[in-house]
Ligand binder design. Structure first.
Ligand code: NZQ
Ligand code: ZN
Length: 383
């Protein structure tokens, strides 16, 4: 296990009817800008709960942050923050609203000339407006991590800063009951692949991280299909919400190698073709397991045994069975496992590779050995 410092400062406020806790977690003299997406929070009662909690605050709102939040929209919010002097941002929504709000937070106090440099050139974030959030999709972990993914044209780029980590996150599983089936499934798959990207690398004898990751994987495999079958089951929703949050709150990442090849390839697919983030992962991840089976052998065998109870067969057979089981889980969640299912084919591979190169993403993987050729092989395997 490598040395590490773990310091996740987000206060998690978990459970039914906890949105009212916002009142006690934003400093009283704040001028608050509530940010949200296309209006789901108005249909499921979350907006009204937020409004009640903010009744004694000076606040306004900014809506219309899209899935895969767009730079052009976010800079309008930056203008509003600067002109009207907001000093607290309350993001209410899924990963896109929270990520978008992180960008607004950093860009509003950015001293450089071009705020896009935050993503494109990793320009350092030295100041940021404080953020709190109310999460409505268990998926990204954005509610308590430092990362944000923002889109501008074909570019879907990532930045990270501890200054944009939310100060608090309300996780009320009841808010997720209104999720369409597609978004419930997307969230479970995103959390599952986050866990795999940090777990399925190579052996480092990091027993706590491994067993914690396995607990998250098994919970998502058990609870994901249940949420599709019984969407109103609050206990299932609660288990998924807590698992997804911990899948990317840095806890299972400490001291261990990380992969992220699937995410980097997936972001290019979303940037070019608009495929939902999680669906790019369900397509690419089984292909990464297959192409990188030698490098990941020890961990895939452990995953096969501990998560799926596969104990007999040659190493190659066990790895094949583990990939099949993973795909079966993805299919049970109704997400695609091949590029052809989202109408992409061989003709699209070069464009994806071109963007991977131009965004300086290569080489990828826990060993930094996935070059252009291996990325091509992965995409061909995913056809
Ligand atoms: O916009 P509204 O009307 O709110 O509708 C949203 C949106 O259309 C809807 N929705 C959200 N909560 C709902 C709901 N509908 C009904 N009931 C509710 N309770 O769901 C749609 C999708 O929302 P979005 O926020 O885009 O989903 P998700 O949470 O999956 O976020 C995906 C984004 O996060 C990024 C992805 O790349 C993508 O841009 N990621 C962020 C990460 C991070 N910050 O650490 C890591 C991830 O790997 C990921 O890359
Ligand atoms: Zn993800």
């Amino acid at each position: 296990m490598k040395s590490f410092i773990f310091h996740n400062t987000t206060k998690i406020i978990f459970g039914k009817n906890q949105i009212s806790e916002i009142t006690n977690n934003i400093p009283k003299d704040s001028k608050v800008l509530v940010t949200y997406g296309g209006g789901s929070i108005k249909n499921n009662g979350v907006y009204d709960q937020v409004k009640t909690a903010l009744k004694d605050f000076d606040w306004d709102e900014f809506s219309g942050i899209e899935p895969n939040p767009q730079y052009d929209t976010l800079v309008k919010a930056v203008k509003k923050v600067k002109e009207e002097g907001f000093n607290y941002l309350l993001a209410v929504g899924g990963g896109s609203v929270i990520d978008g709000t992180k960008f607004i937070s950093a860009a509003s106090l950015f001293e450089g000339e071009n705020v896009w440099d935050i993503c494109e050139k990793f320009a350092p974030v030295t100041k940021a407006v404080s953020i709190g959030c109310v999460l409505t999709i268990p998926a990204t972990g954005s509610e308590s991590n430092c990362g944000s993914v923002v889109s501008k044209g074909d570019d879907k780029l990532f930045f990270s800063s501890p200054l944009v980590r939310p100060q608090f996150a309300v996780l009320d599983p009841a808010t997720t009951i209104s999720l369409p089936e597609r978004q419930t499934a997307n969230g479970v798959i995103d959390a599952f692949v986050h866990t795999m990207e940090q777990y399925c690398t190579y052996q480092t004898n990091s027993k706590v991280q491994d067993r914690y990751a396995e607990a998250l994987l098994m919970t998502l495999i058990e609870e994901g299909p249940k949420a599709l079958k019984n969407p109103n089951d609050l206990e299932t929703r609660a288990n998924i919400m807590w698992a997804a949050s911990q899948a990317l709150n840095e806890l299972i990442a400490v001291g261990v190698p990380q992969d992220w090849a699937t995410h980097m390839i997936g972001h290019e697919i979303t940037g070019l073709y608009g495929v939902d983030h999680a669906r790019t992962l369900s397509i690419v991840y089984p292909a990464v397991m297959s192409v990188c089976r030698k490098e990941k052998e020890g961990k895939i065998l452990q995953y096969a045994q501990r998560v799926f109870n596969i104990t007999s067969g040659s190493s190659d057979d066990i790895i094949d069975m583990a990939i099949t089981k993973t795909k079966e889980f993805f299919k049970a969640m109704g997400v695609p496992v091949s590029l052809s299912e989202v109408n992409l084919g061989e003709k699209d591979i070069e464009a994806i590779l071109k963007n991977l190169s131009s965004h300086n993403r290569l080489p990828l993987g826990e060993h930094g050995k996935i070059d252009l050729e291996t990325a091509r092989e992965i995409l061909k395997t995913a056809l």
